[in-house]
Write a protein that binds this ligand. Structure first.
Ligand code: CA
Length: 233
């Protein structure tokens, strides 16, 4: 089956260049030129990955991302023209998996698309496999490593791929303190040239999802000026 990439970008020439690039690499592409139609296309056509511009007419990329996340964990890469960190971090806060700042190199964007698709594919495949489940239990949190599933009090929580991988990485070695640089390297990939604050934002989102009180965490602990660790209850 074809792998489909949805491109939501109002600048026509950029949209066309992206579409051309990914079609040449063997992907199927869909193009939307504003937020509302991008969102509709995403919900109806169910692409395998979304490239989402931040500055769009009407509904902006952040709101589109937030809306998509209500029903879907499709990998999303935000494209932003603004250099400032706030934009980038906010993009991740809304549940995007990655971001790139314009002007980006086509090669780097392709590499990130490929990496995200590979992870998403692994997620689908492993959730189909039979056999004894690889499960980490701590207090009222259950992490099913094979199914990419996290439960809190027996209820499945909504979690993005990156959040899951960060949680899994920490939980597989409880009490081991990892620096933000190490987490960035291992969870986001060694090729990732991101900001360590990306780690803090993802930690905060995870805490909001699995902690009773995110300001007094029991599971995902901060070791001041060193890093983070998972506390097994
Ligand atoms: Ca734009």
């Amino acid at each position: 089956m074809d792998t489909t990439i949805l491109i939501v970008e109002d600048e026509k020439n950029i949209n066309e260049i992206l579409s051309y690039t990914f079609t040449q690499s063997g992907y199927k592409t869909l193009s939307a030129y504003d937020g509302v139609s991008g969102l509709e296309m995403c919900l109806q056509q169910k692409p395998d990955l979304v490239l989402l511009d931040v500055n769009l007419p009407g509904m902006d990329g952040m709101d589109v991302c937030k809306e998509i996340r209500k029903t879907s964990n499709v990998p999303i890469i935000m494209l932003t023209a603004r250099e400032d960190e706030v934009d980038k971090v906010l993009g991740l806060e809304f549940g995007a998996d990655d971001y790139m700042t314009k002007p980006y190199s086509a090669r780097e964007l392709s590499a990130r698309v490929k990496a995200l698709l590979r992870r998403a594919e692994m997620r689908t495949q492993t959730s189909d496999t039979k056999g004894p489940a690889n499960i980490i239990v701590s207090g009222d949190v259950t992490i099913n490593v094979d199914r990419y599933e996290v439960k809190k009090n027996g209820k499945i929580i909504d979690i993005t791929l990156r959040e899951f991988e960060l949680l899994k990485f920490l939980a597989e070695e409880p009490d081991q303190i990892f620096s933000r640089e190490v987490l960035l390297e291992n969870v986001w990939g060694y090729e990732y040239l991101g900001d360590v604050r990306t780690v803090d934002v993802t930690i905060r989102r995870l805490r909001e999802k699995i902690e009773d009180d995110p300001s007094l965490p029991k599971y995902i602990m901060t070791k001041r000026s060193i890093g983070y660790y998972f506390n097994k209850l």
